[in-house]
Ligand binder design. Sequence first.
Ligand SMILES: [Zn+2]
Length: 331
Amino acid sequence: MSTKLVITAAFTLLSLTACASEEPTFAPEVLTVDVNQSILACGERIYVGAPVILWDDPVGYNAYSTDFHFEQPAPSVTAPERGELRYAPGRVDRGTGEVLVAPETGGFIALQQALDMFVIHYDVCGVSQTCFKVLHDRRGLSVHFMIDIDGTIYQTLDLRDTAWHARQVNSRSVGVEIANVGAYPVGSSDGAQVLGRWYDTDVEGPLITPPGDPKNLGILTPGFVGRPARGRKIVGSVQGEMREQYDYTPEQYDSLVKLSAALCRHFPKLEADAPRNALGRVSTLRMSEAEEAEFGGIVGHYHVSAQKQDPGPAFDWERFLVRVQTRMMSL
Ligand SMILES: [Zn+2]
């Protein structure tokens, strides 16, 4: 059970006890101070200021494990064998084979030199629990962070190690998978089906209605109801094609802003900016190889792969980047 759940349970119990005996109750804030709010890089803690569940937490997701996290999936071309690694220890230059950060012993300064990209993905799975099932158990892949719809940040690997999430930029990057079912070509029946299954609308606007039993989705905030930050479907161009998608939740943006600001603050080659076009707007296209080699900062998966669209047209780049830059001033 996570610290957060223990705390919630303890608070409920205290409240009930207190009500029965008419004793004063504890303020919830007093009980939530020890929720972990830091990530790990080369074994050192970096303060983020949002809830973080590490890989060794009983409700965490461990990318170091060479076993299946859930049940062993049916054999397929992408499924890993039991005992196989889903990541690469340390950081090795892709071109030269030079060890940039040594496995197990590589330090923070070496990592500061090696790391110059933060790659943002959407997971297409909708919730982080399913994301880890697909990445770890079915595809033999990994990512450093996942952000669930309630804003919980899961760290699955120390930043010293290379996650397998964005091919040619893996050794120089940190990756995050944000829970969201993704973007679809406007008017496609596939998109209408998926978005129709995952979103409903009530008097307050759209809300996330994940299929299946809410208790089996792994969301740590009890009774959480997720709503897109903007109350309408967002349509926009990625890689030159118009797509539609619901926005991320405010809780996800809050956590991503805090995580990004902490990373940019501690890793000087990570600029708090994204690739921009000639008009000064965040680019909606893949970078050229030369641009990619030169760039240091925050990218969407689509900036480094022509086949990808994530984080999609609903990701509010300009507002996000301003918030990251503002947050950095307070760190
Ligand atoms: Zn991706």
